[in-house]
Design a protein around this ligand. Structure first.
Ligand code: MLT
Length: 250
């Protein structure tokens, strides 16, 4: 049997480049897809919905040969991975849920997202979300690795304001996906940075307790963007998951 392909889904407010350091080695042995969400840059944006984003990922998996795939999503990418699992379970052979959560937003959090979306649109720039770099990166990275802070800040600065607003609105209406995760019988790896203050270890523990076959990987001294802050550990976790999937599929 050929090696199961891997799909890498990015966080907000970033794009597929956040996976570059993880993808480099994985691409030597497996087919990889790392799409920009919800559509490639320059294409018209659909309605703000992570379900629609998941349907586009499903189209891309089918176009690339049909799957099923190992699907790894970090934060917003994890929300889309869970939407894909709920809507297209036949395409998901294994799941890496990285610095993400399975539950929906509280009413306050959803309202805050709509406010940020409005601000970004009114400003016509990503200025209202530039400060997120401090939230996304862990304390150790912020204090000791200025080049990583600069790199992530540059990525945020390069985002299209319309796509940033789209993502905030889409995330604000996503439902709880606990039932979909509970029903999944395949291998799951939950990854969390121990300095993640956005979707931290409680959210990770909840996903591990919910899934039938989950392993937990806690990445020391990194924050919410574990795949950027310590790509080697996240790469090993995804590679090990893919091997478990290959073995289970025979
Ligand atoms: C992300 O990293 O994708 C975002 O922090 C997710 C969120 O805002 O819930």
């Amino acid at each position: 049997m050929t090696a199961t392909p891997i799909v890498l889904l990015h966080a907000f407010p970033l794009d597929h480049r956040m996976w570059d350091d993880v993808a480099r080695d994985l691409a030597r042995t497996r087919d990889l897809l790392a799409p920009d969400l919800p559509v490639a840059s320059g294409e018209p944006l659909p309605e703000p919905s992570l379900d629609v984003a998941a349907d586009r990922v499903a189209d891309a998996i089918r176009a690339a040969g049909g799957g099923p795939a190992v699907v790894a999503g970090l934060s917003m990418g994890g929300y889309v991975a869970l939407a894909l699992l709920e809507r297209h379970p036949e395409l998901v052979a294994g799941l890496a849920l990285v610095d993400t959560k399975v539950v929906a937003d509280t009413a306050d959090a959803a309202a805050n997202r709509r406010r940020v979306a409005d601000e970004v649109e009114a400003a016509g720039s990503v200025d209202p979300v530039r400060g997120m770099v401090d939230v996304l990166l862990g304390e150790t990275t912020r204090s000791a690795r200025p080049e990583v802070v600069e790199r992530v800040g540059a990525w945020i600065g390069e985002q299209d304001p319309a796509r940033v607003a789209w993502a905030q609105r889409a995330m604000s209406v996503r439902p709880d996906r606990t039932d979909a995760l509970r029903a999944f019988d395949g291998p799951v790896t939950v990854v969390v940075g121990d300095e993640d203050t956005v979707t931290g270890t409680d959210a990770a523990d909840h996903m591990v307790a919910t899934a039938a076959h989950a392993l937990l990987v806690v990445v020391p001294r990194v924050g919410h963007l574990s795949a950027v802050e310590d790509p080697a550990v996240v790469r090993s976790a995804v590679a090990e998951l893919a091997q478990r999937v290959d073995a289970a599929r025979g």
